[in-house]
Write a protein that binds this ligand. Sequence first.
Ligand code: UDP
Ligand code: MG
Length: 318
Amino acid sequence: MAPQRSRVGRRLSLVIPMHNEVAGLDVLFERLQAVTPALGVALEIVCVDDGSRDGTLDALRVRAAADPRVRVVALSRNFGKEAALTAGLEAATGDVVVPLDADLQDPPELIGEFLALWEQGYDVVYGVRADRSSDSLAKRTTAGLFYRLFNRLSDYPIPDSAGDFRLMDRAVVEALKRLPERNRFMKGLFSWVGFRQAGVPYVRPARAAGESRWSYRKLGRFALDGLTAFTTAPLRVWTGVGVVAALVAVAAALFLIGRVLIVGRDVPGYASLMVVVLFAFALQMIALGILGEYVGRMYQEVKQRPTYLVRERIGFED
Ligand code: UDP
Ligand code: MG
């Protein structure tokens, strides 16, 4: 493809959510300093401090004072990565925006390739993890299952093994900013907005410092957030389950009545009765629980609370 856009005179915003990342901050900025000058664009580094308790904000303050390209949005407490990312995207002013993990698991060396594809006309260029060997086997398996399930159920498939690491044109960022929902399942929203998208494979390295901020409990909740935000299939499936159960019940009733008419009355049957009652009860509880998952999230949305609150903005012109 012939170039459709040029990076000359454009500004790139890096958006970096940070929760207790002070240990890796020096390495991060060193790597950015090594990579970004060759990109040929003006740079803005939007760091979102997501309620860190380890001095991340103070370290960022020092950086921002020394370097006008560094801007800091400090949230009033820990709101979670999706909210921090949303805050960063809303604060970013660049013509192209790249969200980046602070732990260098999203290699900044890839941004050059992203930019080249953007110049060719793609609005979204996302990194695709070629292998996930840096993740544990358990995490890989559960993640794989989740993506398979999500893509079967949702109308807006998430590209396989794509994360938040991507380059977005200003138009895409503006589209994301218009989405009013509080449940920010970014991977799903990235897919929902559409535009011309391309993937670039890369090998995801292990964390540069510290440990993953995600526990399995958090990941489980995250998976539920994603599924409920992008498909109502878990709600609708109960209609089918109910119809099948009703058909089975009618068949069983006909069989039992027929047997009484032919063989005569049959008093024992406690075991089969209990099995049916318990099974039906369990199904109803599951159905109610799933209903609860949706109703609870609707309650969160209806309250219209902001996705995040800002305590302080550092280095912005306004
Ligand atoms: N993060 C955040 N708020 C949180 C948890 C994480 O801003 O509540 C940031 C974190 O500092 C990092 C990025 O999100 O820059 C990815 O987090 P992490 O590396 O723990 O996730 P993983 O790579 O294990 O998916
Ligand atoms: Mg990480």
